[in-house]
Design a protein around this ligand. Sequence first.
Ligand SMILES: Cc1cc2nc3c(=O)[nH]c(=O)nc-3n(C[C@H](O)[C@H](O)[C@H](O)COP(=O)(O)OP(=O)(O)OC[C@H]3O[C@@H](n4cnc5c(N)ncnc54)[C@H](O)[C@@H]3O)c2cc1C
Ligand SMILES: *[C@@H]1O[C@H](CO)[C@@H](O)[C@H](O)[C@H]1NC(C)=O
Ligand SMILES: *[C@@H]1O[C@H](CO)[C@@H](O)[C@H](O)[C@H]1NC(C)=O
Ligand SMILES: *[C@@H]1O[C@H](CO)[C@@H](O)[C@H](O)[C@H]1NC(C)=O
Ligand SMILES: *[C@@H]1O[C@H](CO)[C@@H](O)[C@H](O)[C@H]1NC(C)=O
Ligand SMILES: *[C@@H]1O[C@H](CO)[C@@H](O)[C@H](O)[C@H]1NC(C)=O
Ligand SMILES: *[C@@H]1O[C@H](CO)[C@@H](O)[C@H](O)[C@H]1NC(C)=O
Ligand SMILES: *[C@@H]1O[C@H](CO)[C@@H](O)[C@H](O)[C@H]1NC(C)=O
Length: 472
Amino acid sequence: MSEIGAKYLVVGGGIAGVTCVESLAILHPEESLVIVTASSLVKNVTNVSFYAKTIVKFDVHDTEAASLQKIHPNLKIVYDSLKHIDTTNKTAVTESGTLIKYDVVCICTGGIPRLIADARKCKRILGIRDTESVEEFKEKLSNGRRMVIVGNGGIASEIVHATRGIQKIWVVRDDYISATFVDPGAAEFFQNTFKHNSNDKNRSSILKRHVFTEEDTLVSINKNLKSAALGPDWYRKLENIRNETGEQELQIIYKVEVESVIERNNSEYPLDVKLTDGKLIQCDFVISATGVEPAVNFSWDIEPVYGKDGGLAVNEQQETSIKDVFAAGDVACASWDFSPQWFQLRLWTQARQMGSMAAKAMHARITNEEVLQDFCFELFTHCTTLFGYRVVLLGKYNGQGLDQDYEILLRTTPNLEYIKFVLKNGKLQGAILIGETDLEEMCENLILDQIDLTPFGDDILNPDIDIDDYFD
Ligand SMILES: Cc1cc2nc3c(=O)[nH]c(=O)nc-3n(C[C@H](O)[C@H](O)[C@H](O)COP(=O)(O)OP(=O)(O)OC[C@H]3O[C@@H](n4cnc5c(N)ncnc54)[C@H](O)[C@@H]3O)c2cc1C
Ligand SMILES: *[C@@H]1O[C@H](CO)[C@@H](O)[C@H](O)[C@H]1NC(C)=O
Ligand SMILES: *[C@@H]1O[C@H](CO)[C@@H](O)[C@H](O)[C@H]1NC(C)=O
Ligand SMILES: *[C@@H]1O[C@H](CO)[C@@H](O)[C@H](O)[C@H]1NC(C)=O
Ligand SMILES: *[C@@H]1O[C@H](CO)[C@@H](O)[C@H](O)[C@H]1NC(C)=O
Ligand SMILES: *[C@@H]1O[C@H](CO)[C@@H](O)[C@H](O)[C@H]1NC(C)=O
Ligand SMILES: *[C@@H]1O[C@H](CO)[C@@H](O)[C@H](O)[C@H]1NC(C)=O
Ligand SMILES: *[C@@H]1O[C@H](CO)[C@@H](O)[C@H](O)[C@H]1NC(C)=O
């Protein structure tokens, strides 16, 4: 059994682990650091650009772990998986028996896809990796006639939305489709970009109305509640798309799960999918997009406290209930008192922010310094690109947790931009910015400073009025 020692130990080579290593390399380059990674490929963040103080966009790639050595001369890479951690003696043991002594450790083991049963033995059940674009993924499906999609989150939505010319049966466990990334209004904006309706290309519209919501992030499409208030029902529209012979391309089945998938050699379709309501569907592929759950597949001398979602509960310093054991990324469950416009969503953005915060807190522990929580946790932000458009989500962009009385202000210009403001008591709580809106910094300020916008009325989104002028 080999034995190594390090001041800092990081477990996991996803965004959280790599960011933690990179930050420690800057904070404490002369100190010893070990990363344990189960895979030789780690995540690499490139092209970091700032749209505002807290609004950061970047690209994510897979890269050889060895390239991390370029940024940290004292980094040791252990290609193995963590098996046991002894937090009393401060040692970690890997699968193949390496013993690592540490002073502080950060657990960044991410999540494991909640694959449906039978997935591992069948090549026709496809999971989608996070660095794989839906466009690339579509290629795999090009020779199929019928597929079953399982899951009700943003990834399933995107696949349903991006695929044409194949019959789709979308199996949804709940009675709603979750709008993790976009709301129905934004979805409709994207939908329209695929039509070439030049008549209304330049016409922008502003409308303001009250929205009565029942649930937080959920768009209750069966009950036609929130979606009706926000605009035409996008999913219903998708269901109406017909192929050349006039047959429906998409069918959504609610409140069922996949019970089993059986491969068949002598029938028209290679897969038999049995649903929990007894229905049998034949298809070519099953797409499993059922999300991830925190991955803690190693043992502890003392069990830490877990959060409601099964993740390791962490405080604002990213420290777990066990001293000197930190956690960041998908494996962590944020368990501090959030600022009003922040919430946890398991995305690259937050994996990166948590990894960096953990590094600062670990360094502060070693050097006996004080450190405050980073200001990025003041405001939820996420930047991405969807269908070629820049998408920026800020704060309570879907009215998450705002009770019943918030207002929505929308401005959409087909093929150009979609802007949604969520206001409560005249103050901006969140926003969705799609397109090159140039409003990121203004929105960040309006949300963080909670400026009363009632004097401006609907003019906040009037394209002929430069709001920035008001605040100069
Ligand atoms: C299909 C899909 C698409 C997504 N798309 C997006 C997107 O477009 N934008 C976005 O922001 N987010 C997206 N996400 C979410 C994003 O991928 C995660 O939030 C983020 O990658 C979490 O990073 P992490 O470092 O915490 O964990 P991970 O990236 O999961 O990394 C954890 C690492 O730890 C390793 N590990 C696990 N257990 C052990 C062990 N015992 N010992 C050693 N190593 C171990 C794993 O092998 C893995 O390499 C997507 C997720 C999925 C599933
Ligand atoms: C834990 O997960 C890692 C990464 O997915 C894997 O390599 C390892 O074999 C797993 N360990 C156990 C005991 O399942
Ligand atoms: C960085 O961004 C540019 C422009 O968007 C792109 O062309 C390039 O491929 C990106 N580089 C990486 C490494 O992602
Ligand atoms: C990340 O990728 C970029 C572009 O491929 C490369 O230049 C850089 O060295 C990589 N960084 C690390 C830490 O691997
Ligand atoms: C770890 O600590 C326990 C007491 O908490 C002790 O009994 C044990 O021998 C120690 N193990 C090692 C490997 O030091
Ligand atoms: C629409 O906008 C584009 C670019 O903004 C402009 O070139 C074009 O003349 C406009 N068309 C009409 C009909 O206003
Ligand atoms: C249209 O759908 C039907 C049934 O789903 C299928 O049999 C037919 O081949 C499809 N036609 C085209 C042109 O895709
Ligand atoms: C189908 O064929 C594979 C090998 O091609 C075989 O392993 C499997 O048992 C067959 N299944 C059935 C139901 O005949």
